[in-house]
Design a protein around this ligand. Structure first.
Ligand code: TXE
Length: 499
């Protein structure tokens, strides 16, 4: 939809939600509610239930029953595909409602939110095809008396813990693939951005998803997120969020050795060679760090630029940064909205102060962006950054770019790989040999050449090193949620063992 086709305003009253289990909305009852204020306007926009561990237990029981009685996994892939396609249509029919809630809760620009909701529908459409394409293998080469089959089965009940930066898009990169595989889900969205996940439950239900297959329980990470990760009757956890919580999810999974998929932090390099189209590269670098106000796990936060053009390129980047339109997310012209929470804002400003203290050269930004309500940060660039500075190595998760320079290709690769993370990287050069050599040597799950933060459901995503384990999206993303079973079928008469 066209962002200009509607007038976007903050609703007069906060919208109140129950939670969604066994195909229906559940009332809050005597559970406390959480009020979410728009980070850009400081006004309450949603109220969601703070569910309890008992609610997690109940939702897991419901999801277990729905899995065991095969009401979903027993259907032909074609029927699962049909539900996913209807869900995609349901999402498209409610783009405006979903995008407004997404923008209000997260602080992201409305135009971007619309793109993410429509992008989510597109992923559902892709995954519908994957539900039909998923298949196993046959070994017909074991002799006349044996046939070997490799079948894929849904892994079971999946606990899905998602973050606040792309609440609906990250959800859509997982849910349709998990459903395509035939699993059932207990979803725990971020406590600050739960609305669109709750509405997805309603959309899936309206699309004909059987009750109990997709359940949403809202509330705090340390309480119910942890309970879900620990739960003995959950077969797999898919977690997206901070590296620290990812580690605790992994430890919590040890109780029943559940499978864990983790998408964690990043400190992603933007490697710019002197032979790149510098204007386009600078545009990509600015987009890569300002998109979603830098709160993007694959955001390019480390510019690694060839020394011979470093001064020219720094000036180009700074000039473009100055033209980024910051402000009210509900203004269709806004390119960069608010920082999600006061805590995240403090973290970002803390890193900016650390950069100044540790001796990096401030090129632009370096402070909050003034506003009557909510919290915003000016796009910030630090040059002369050395590896021992905290801004060089730690994930800031805000619009803060560091610049370091290189003189040789090997040096560029060493700096690019000098991180505990390995989520994404971008390479800018007009030399195909150099680009190919670079993308082969960079240790990251996603590499972009002459572009950045591009995606599509066909290609998998996930991290090397401490950026995580497992892959989402593509056919890999469906297989991730399956178990592989080997079956030997003996044919003809058995050769007796007992004589
Ligand atoms: O993330 P958390 P936060 C990074 C980014 C950011 C930092 C902190 O660097 O500054 O994380 O953000 C749930 N057991 N990323 O604190 O806490 C929580 O409720 C189980 C990177 O918001 O990791 C939410 O649903 N679950 C990132 C989800 O985990 C727990 C996206 C993520 O929250 C839990 C977001 C627990 N003990 C932040 N504690 C990315 N890779 O995109 C919390 N949660």
């Amino acid at each position: 939809m066209d962002v200009n086709s509607a007038v976007w305003t903050v609703p007069a009253r906060a919208r109140e939600f129950g939670f969604f289990v066994d195909g229906q909305w559940a009332e809050a009852g005597d559970r406390p509610m959480s009020e979410r204020k728009s980070p850009a306007h400081g006004v309450a926009v949603t109220r969601t239930v703070r569910c309890t561990k008992a609610d997690i237990d109940h939702a897991v029981r419901v999801a277990r029953t729905a899995f065991e009685d095969r009401r979903w996994s027993g259907l032909p892939g074609g029927e699962r595909a049909s539900v996913l396609l209807k869900a995609a249509a349901g999402i498209r029919a409610r783009v405006e409602e979903l995008a407004l809630l997404e923008s209000l809760e997260s602080g992201k620009p409305i135009g971007q939110a619309i793109g993410e909701i429509e992008g989510g529908a597109n992923i559902f459409e892709y995954a519908a095809g994957a539900a039909r394409a998923l298949h196993g293998d046959a070994f017909n080469n074991l002799g006349d008396n044996m046939l070997g089959l490799v079948t894929r089965e849904p892994i079971g009940v999946v606990g899905l813990i998602t973050p606040w930066n792309f609440p609906f898009f990250i959800l859509s990169e997982r849910v349709p693939f998990i459903l395509a595989a035939g699993c059932t889900i207990v979803s725990k969205p971020s406590e600050v951005t739960s609305a669109t996940t709750l509405l997805l439950a309603e959309i899936l239900s309206d699309a004909g998803l059987p009750a109990g297959v997709f359940n949403v329980v809202t509330g705090s990470g340390s309480e119910i997120g942890q309970a879900l990760a620990e739960h003995a009757d959950v077969d797999m956890i898919s977690f997206t969020g901070s590296t620290a919580v990812g580690r605790s999810v992994l430890l919590a999974s040890a109780g029943n050795f559940k499978k864990v998929g983790l998408e964690l932090g990043g400190k992603n390099p933007q490697v710019v060679f002197a032979d790149a189209n510098l204007d386009e590269a600078a545009d990509g670098v600015v987009f890569g760090i300002c998109f979603n106000a830098g709160q993007c796990c694959v955001g390019g936060s480390r510019l690694v630029v060839e020394k011979s053009i470093a001064a020219e390129f720094e000036a180009l980047v700074a000039a473009k940064m100055a033209r980024v339109r910051i402000g009210d997310p509900l203004d269709p012209n806004t390119q960069m909205g608010a920082i999600v929470t006061a805590a995240q804002n403090a973290t970002i400003l803390g890193y900016i102060e650390a950069g100044k203290r540790e001796g990096a050269r401030l090129v632009c930004g370096g402070e909050a962006y003034p506003s009557d309500a909510g919290q915003f940060v000016r796009p910030t660039v630090f040059a002369d950054v050395t590896r021992e500075m905290s801004i060089a190595s730690e994930e800031i998760f805000g619009p803060v770019l560091t610049i370091s320079t290189f003189e040789t290709f090997d040096e560029a690769m060493a700096i690019a790989n000098d991180t505990i993370y390995g989520l994404a990287a971008s390479i800018w050069t007009c030399n195909l040999d150099k680009a190919t050599d670079a993308f082969r040597r960079i240790r990251a799950g996603r590499v972009w050449v002459n572009t950045t933060i591009n995606n599509g459901p066909e290609l998998p995503l996930g991290g090397f090193k401490q950026s995580g384990t497992g892959r989402e999206a593509g056919i890999y993303g469906v297989e991730e949620y399956t178990e592989v079973k080997a079956t030997h079928i003996a044919l003809g008469r058995r050769e007796p063992w007992v004589s």
